[in-house]
Design a binder for this molecule. Structure first.
Ligand SMILES: [Zn+2]
Length: 139
């Protein structure tokens, strides 16, 4: 299991895939969407290295380590699995977030799938599918 990133207060952000520095850039530039007004830390080798991460709203702190396409896709899948848990009524949305935080033994404020590692996403998907299956709500 990966240890939590210790560079929370550093302003220097490196890409975990290629080791290059990451620059703060407007998300509109990366997503080609002028309606975006947020910022991203983007690997200097982008787009050759397809890694970036959002900043925490209102700050210049990255949400976590830079994520490549595979990890971003996995987080979308994990979010979909998690949303099914409360959308099908197994528990409320608030209870589902608490359940997830308890499962990973993390504080509720850290229970954000957008910050999860590949390993944690896979665990969450498995856990959600298991819960839905036991509740007779498996798709
Ligand atoms: Zn990179």
């Amino acid at each position: 299991m990966k240890k939590k990133a210790k560079q929370r207060h550093q302003s220097v952000v490196r890409c975990p895939y290629c080791g290059a520095l990451a620059d703060l850039r407007p998300a509109a530039e990366i997503y080609h969407d002028d309606s975006r007004d947020d910022l991203l830390y983007v690997c200097r080798n982008y787009p050759r290295c397809n890694a970036y991460v959002r900043v925490q709203p209102g700050t210049k702190q990255p949400m976590g380590p830079l994520a490549n396409g595979d990890l971003r896709h996995l987080r979308i899948r994990a979010h979909r699995a998690f949303d099914r848990v409360w959308q099908c009524g197994v528990m409320t949305r608030d209870a589902a977030y608490r359940w997830m935080a308890d499962y990973f033994c993390i504080p509720l404020r850290e229970a954000h799938i957008g910050q999860f590692s590949e390993y944690r996403c896979q665990q969450l998907i498995r856990k959600c599918e298991d819960l839905l299956w036991k509740a007779g709500k498996a798709s």
